[in-house]
Design a binder for this molecule. Structure first.
Ligand code: NAD
Length: 261
């Protein structure tokens, strides 16, 4: 018996096998969930479909989350194929490379709007389009980062977008609670993915993380998958509107010190 036997999950944001969304997909699959994917069109044939096939999934729909029509098409296709939905995962974000380096004060109006639209508003849009198929008892999860709360060099506009995303989680959780639909976020420590490589200086920050984090190690997509399984299953049935840290303890530190002092 798997924790998610008979449950149906739709996951947005797999780019490749390093994606956090893929770590979550593997964890849900291992507990018996039926899984479908949505990703940007250009990634599908080369990257996403082979991964989907490897866990027995053939539902892979293209979607640019800036386009409401494309979002609607994904959920229409889902409704036709599966009828309803128990689990929705939003694991995507985007900002221009030039807005992920240097000073935040230089962020352009367009760059700000783009980052907030793709990285925060998309959770609201996807959730709204999902409502007709989401069952009572279902659970929604998004991914955030500590840069929402504290200043992290070069994270800049994405920190502002993650702060908005975390507020969206709380407002959506309040809206959907009466329908018995939960909304939560995982705040993951740094993981080497395609999106992370867009943040200037990420590699250095990633390699110093394990010297400082209380557990003296980096975080993996499997670590995030395990916590996601908890938040997306009935084990967390009275938890909503929360941000759960999967960061080897980094966020508890006031003044980070390493082994060297
Ligand atoms: P990733 O590059 O594997 O995934 C990012 C995904 O966003 C990709 O699949 C990409 O196609 C998708 N995307 C970008 N613009 C899109 C659009 N307009 N429409 C649809 N999809 C779009 O990287 P990841 O690190 O796995 O990112 C997943 C989530 O985790 C993001 O929200 C990211 O901010 C968050 N996160 C990452 C880290 C980290 O260190 N990697 C830490 C905390 C939170």
């Amino acid at each position: 018996m798997g924790l998610l036997d008979g449950r149906k999950a739709l996951i947005f944001g797999v780019a490749n096998d390093h994606s956090i969304a893929w770590g979550i997909a593997k964890a849900l699959h291992a507990e018996g969930a039926t899984i479908g994917f949505s990703s940007v069109e250009m990634l599908i044939e080369k990257r996403v479909r082979p991964l989907a096939t490897s866990i027995g999934s053939d539902f892979v729909e293209p979607c640019d989350v800036q386009d409401d029509d494309q979002i609607e098409r994904v959920f229409q296709a889902w409704a036709e194929r599966y009828g309803d939905l128990d689990i929705l995962v939003h694991a995507l974000a985007f900002a221009r490379r030039e807005d992920l380096e240097g000073e935040f004060v230089d962020t352009s109006r367009e760059g700000f709007a783009l980052a907030l639209d793709v990285s925060a508003y998309s959770l609201v849009a996807i959730t709204r389009h999902a409502l007709p198929v989401l069952k009572p008892g279902s659970s929604i999860l998004t991914l955030t980062y500590y840069g929402a709360e504290k200043v992290v060099a070069n994270y800049n506009v994405m920190g502002v977008a993650k702060a908005a995303l975390e507020a969206c989680v709380r407002y959506l959780a309040a809206d959907l609670g009466p329908r018995d639909i939960r909304v939560n976020a995982i705040s993951a420590g740094p993981i080497r993915t395609l999106a992370a490589s867009g943040v200037s200086g990420f590699k250095g920050m990633w390699s110093r993380f394990r010297d400082v984090a209380p557990m003296r190690r980096n975080v993996t997509i499997e670590d995030v998958g395990g916590a996601a399984l908890f938040l997306l299953s009935d084990l967390s049935r009275s938890i909503t509107g929360e941000v759960l840290y999967v960061d080897a303890g980094f966020s508890i530190l006031g003044v980070p010190t390493s082994e060297e002092g």
